[in-house]
Ligand binder design. Structure first.
Ligand code: UT7
Length: 324
């Protein structure tokens, strides 16, 4: 028995923030952002639009694609680092918005790797008896972005993507998942204030500690190494070669990181889903948004061999191999 992807969906807020607008906010240029990151524009949630709102839209679309009702769901797993509230879990708000009255719901926190981690949890739940699990990656990164910090504010965007993971007797489905972490590198990407270590205070606000901080250059190097490593581990575990892949769907953080990974793996660009030019880095939402685009554009078809690869704060890195 396997867990397979029965449907995908995504949602992006209407507001587009261009590089030209960022030029008017911080000392940056469209040219620098495009050359160093590959990003042209990103979406930004409307005032009052929170993580659960984006997640519910993406979830509804995934349920429609799977031909299921919300009441068919046994579980909702929401990967996010920008939930509506510190408490309760945002997944419960999504469960209520969807009317998924029979579903349990909880959040999973693994930053940009959150979706792949949640996928692996859904895989295990389905293999142990659940029928339908809704896995969502949803982020309002604009809420934790310091719009005065050019090192980070040009990178992130908002959005949500979702998939329904269902039980299947066939050969298709999730072939393997691979999860890694290294907390020794926790300071490379961090929101230092607002948690139990440094609770909210005037000092936190004055020092802007409620916003994301990143050592971009150091992160870059670890990202290239670990993405390559985990991709090779995944292929080896399944007795497959890079040439066997139909599509690689990586976390969309930086075009130069992805080009370096493609070079090292010998993966041609036609076999890589790239959409960060339009969304920027949407953290846990980036892979499910990309998956949904690939399915809707016909780049993923029944039988396609698809590899996911993610990297992010923690540090964490993760991959999955799926026979669609
Ligand atoms: O999703 C989680 C994982 N995150 C990542 O994977 C992010 C990984 N890192 C990156 O994507 C890249 O490191 C960045 C895009 C963040 C930065 O690119 P970089 O080539 O590593 O630049 P850098 O940090 O080494 O900075 C180079 C220069 C610096 O100026 P000096 O010191 O050489 O004078 C920066 O101050 O670029 C400057 N700079 C900027 N200039 C214009 C940094 N940000 C900007 C900016 N506009 N927005």
């Amino acid at each position: 028995m396997k867990a397979w992807i029965a449907g995908t969906g995504s949602y992006a807020p209407a507001r587009v923030l261009t590089n030209a607008e960022l030029e008017r906010m911080v000392a940056t240029s469209d040219e620098w952002i495009r050359e160093r990151t590959g990003i042209r524009e990103r979406r930004i949630a409307a005032t009052g639009e929170a993580c659960s709102d984006l997640a519910a839209q993406a979830g509804k679309r995934a349920l429609t694609a799977a031909g299921l009702a919300a009441t068919d769901l046994d579980m909702i797993l929401l990967a996010t680092c920008t939930g509506d509230y510190p408490l309760p879990a945002t997944a419960c708000l999504v469960q209520h918005q969807l009317g998924a009255t029979k579903a349990a719901a909880c959040d999973l926190s693994a930053a940009c790797c959150g979706f792949v981690y949640a996928l692996s949890v859904a895989d295990a739940y389905v293999k142990s008896g659940m029928r339908h699990v809704l896995v969502i990656g949803s982020e309002v990164m604009s809420a934790i972005t310091d719009w005065t910090d050019r090192n980070t504010c040009v990178l992130f965007g908002d959005g949500a993507g979702a998939i329904v993971v269902s039980a299947s007797d066939g050969e298709r489905g999730i072939l393997s998942t691979h999860l890694r972490s290294d907390g020794a590198l926790c300071e490379l990407i961090m929101v230092p204030g607002g948690g139990s270590r440094t609770p909210p205070s005037e000092k936190v606000l004055a020092e802007r500690l409620q916003y994301i901080k990143m050592k971009g250059n150091e992160t870059f190097k670890v990202a290239v190494r670990t993405l390559e490593e985990i991709a090779r581990t995944t292929l080896t575990a399944n007795g497959l070669r890079v040439e066997d892949l139909d599509l690689y769907v990586p976390h969309q953080a930086n075009m130069r990181i992805l080009k370096a990974v493609m070079d090292r793996l010998g993966l041609p660009i036609e076999k890589v889903l790239l959409n960060l030019d339009r969304y920027g880095n949407t953290s846990a939402a980036s892979i499910p948004i990309a998956l949904d685009e690939a399915v809707r554009e016909g780049r993923i078809k029944d039988g396609s061999l698809v590899m996911l690869g993610a990297f992010g704060a923690g540090l964490t890195w993760a991959s999955a191999l799926i026979r669609w």
